[in-house]
Ligand binder design. Structure first.
Ligand SMILES: [Zn+2]
Length: 150
């Protein structure tokens, strides 16, 4: 059993911790956090932690390659916020559950590892941005060295 939130406007399934529909931005109803099962908590935490460090893009059925319409983007910062929410929920529950504690520790480790990534730090939470930025700096330095040695 999973606790997804159904959007009143477009009917899409959304993560229970989201406050707005990722497809149409319509506000979603509050979900009782206690109604989320342990299994689902681990599953969702793992999913969001797995996505940390990058924007997440998903094409919908009516995706149009020319206009870019129908492409859903969840920002890296929003993903990190959700991952963090799930981790803190797991942490609270793991106080009385050994199995959850292990899952929490694994995911927390993965989360921290991702956040200690150098490109992640340079990009302010977005690995791809960090890589592009680093590339530009390196390019600029090479350019400067080239100019100086003429
Ligand atoms: Zn919607």
């Amino acid at each position: 059993m999973s606790t997804t939130k159904n959007c009143k406007n477009c009917g899409a399934d959304n993560d229970p911790l989201l406050s707005n529909c990722i497809f149409c931005k319509t506000p979603l109803p509050e979900v009782d956090i206690n109604s989320i099962s342990n299994e689902e908590l681990i599953l969702n935490a793992g999913e969001w932690v797995g996505k940390v460090g990058n924007d997440f893009e998903q094409m919908t059925e009516n995706f149009n390659a020319w206009t870019g319409k129908g492409m859903i983007v969840i920002s890296a910062n929003q993903i990190e916020g959700l991952a963090q929410k799930y981790l803190s929920l797991l942490q609270v529950r793991s106080l009385s559950n050994q199995q959850l504690l292990m899952a929490y520790q694994d995911l927390k480790k993965e989360f921290d590892q991702k956040r200690s990534n150098i490109f992640y730090k340079i990009g302010g939470g977005n690995k791809k941005k960090g890589m592009v930025f680093s590339f530009l700096i390196v390019f600029f330095i090479i350019f400067l060295i080239g100019m100086l040695s003429i």
